[in-house]
Design a protein around this ligand. Structure first.
Ligand code: SF4
Length: 209
């Protein structure tokens, strides 16, 4: 691919989706470097700055290299914040290779890219802002349960639509994370807010050793 763009990549690894509606599905994660939000509870701080620039064909070839030992047809673009980089050419080329492409974004930015699955995880540090152009793309929303997340925030997001689930994700650094998550979940159910799910993170407990 002559003159192809490069992207700053933090890591490429095989695993399975641990969260949300697609939990349990094997996939390769492509973690793009960089995120300007700097959330205090971020569990991928290492992705903010670390990474190396790679041309698109090297990225795709590294994703494909997992096929022999780990057959997969899904690629998840994650970060950091994947939309802070120009990922359009990458997505086009992954689609040409027949990958199912999912993206995990904080929702602040929008790019017109042909991904198959949009996971939007708006953050308290931006007032839970979701870019308006994402409204009709969202397949699922994930919200970190912390002291800033309350039922009014959830109701506001629910106004965008009811077709997608809203997952309440425990804050990994909160020692009472499950209690807080299920308490908020119960409030949502009691108030009749539809399509709310507790979001347990399978990859945090996955251990086959
Ligand atoms: S948006 Fe996500 S990647 Fe960026 S700082 Fe917040 S938690 Fe970390």
């Amino acid at each position: 691919m002559p003159g192809q763009p490069t992207l700053k990549i933090n890591e490429i690894f095989r695993s399975f989706q641990g969260e949300g509606l697609n939990a349990g599905i094997p996939c390769v994660f492509l973690r793009l470097s960089g995120c300007s939000l700097r959330c205090p509870y971020c569990d991928t701080v290492y992705s903010w700055e670390e990474g190396k620039f790679m041309p698109i064909d090297s990225i795709i070839s590294q994703i494909g290299s997992h096929q022999s030992k780990f057959p997969h047809s899904r690629v998840v673009l994650t970060g950091g914040e994947p939309l802070e980089q120009e990922v359009s050419v990458l997505v086009e080329n992954l689609k040409k290779k027949n990958y199912y492409v999912a993206i995990e974004t904080n929702g602040c930015l929008y790019r017109d890219i042909a991904v198959d699955w949009w996971t939007v995880s708006p953050k308290d540090v931006t007032g839970y802002r979701i870019h308006q152009k994402l409204f009709d793309k969202i397949d699922e929303v994930k919200l970190i349960v912390n002291r800033n997340l309350n039922i009014d925030v959830i109701k506001e997001i629910r106004k965008i639509g009811e077709s997608f689930p809203i997952f309440l994700q425990p804050d990994w650094y909160d020692k009472d994370k499950y209690k807080h998550t299920f308490r908020l979940y119960e409030q949502c159910v009691a108030q009749g807010i539809p399509n709310i799910r507790p979001g347990i993170q399978l990859h945090k407990i996955y251990d086959v050793s």
